[in-house]
Design a protein around this ligand. Sequence first.
Ligand SMILES: NC(=O)c1ccc[n+]([C@@H]2O[C@H](COP(=O)([O-])OP(=O)(O)OC[C@H]3O[C@@H](n4cnc5c(N)ncnc54)[C@H](OP(=O)(O)O)[C@@H]3O)[C@@H](O)[C@H]2O)c1
Length: 259
Amino acid sequence: MNKRVALITGASSGIGYETALAFAQEGTHVIVLARRAERLAELERAIAALPAGHGDVFAASADVTDPESLRQAVEQGVERFGRLDILVANAGIGHRGGIADAEWSHLERLLRTNIDGVLHSVRAAVPAMRASGGGHIITVSSVVANLVAPYAAAYAASKAFVTSMAHSLRLELEDDNIRVTDVLVGRTHTEFNENRLGEGKRTGQGVPTMTADVVATAIVRATHRPQRTIVLRFFDRLIVWGSILIPDVLGRLARRQYR
Ligand SMILES: NC(=O)c1ccc[n+]([C@@H]2O[C@H](COP(=O)([O-])OP(=O)(O)OC[C@H]3O[C@@H](n4cnc5c(N)ncnc54)[C@H](OP(=O)(O)O)[C@@H]3O)[C@@H](O)[C@H]2O)c1
């Protein structure tokens, strides 16, 4: 039987890295993209060291904000494995700071990466999935997607875009036999905080943190047992439900956390 093929963006660290490793471990071939080639080489070595039966890896340096470089990398990966079954649109970056005072270059980079990057990834992957008879798109959003999030508003809104798009995309691609799952990720221990743009590099106190392999396992599981939305922990469900039921109460708590 043909092995499945998964494309993972932002695979050079954190959730993307662990997701690529988890797919390869279960025998899925992986096409892994990010800008840092040396970190992708590390991932290639880690996959090569997995027990027998693991999936193969095709790594390419690509920037999700550049549709041409992304399209070329996806084409090369699909040519290598002959098909594409899964996209994990994971590459993303954080931002803190007030909307009125933030540096425009930071806001622009945030939006180009978290919004354009996901659109370019989907648009690069769907033709190959159609040619393969169907597939599964996993969007990596955040529990803050619907949160009133003062001083993290641009990041939250960028994830609201991802989540909203995922829900519509699910129906747009239904007839192509392509499923869509949106993962609302809560605080996870990765390089996300160090890489975050804007002010206030401190991490939130008192917010429970999970490891990236927990998110990776859930993503791989979702490709076997599809769901529309995944929220991993009770604490994260409180944020998601609180955002709907008591938006301003949570918003004021968030303001203390993010300012
Ligand atoms: N960690 C959390 O608490 C948390 C919570 C909710 C949601 N998330 C989401 O989870 C996703 C993964 O983040 P993470 O926590 O794993 O952080 P991370 O360790 O910083 O990983 C981010 C990944 O995105 C890639 N990336 C960033 N800009 C890119 C670009 N222009 N082109 C290509 N790749 C790019 C980075 O690779 P290069 O720098 O090598 O390009 C890296 O591999 C993000 O979408 C984030 O918003 C994270």
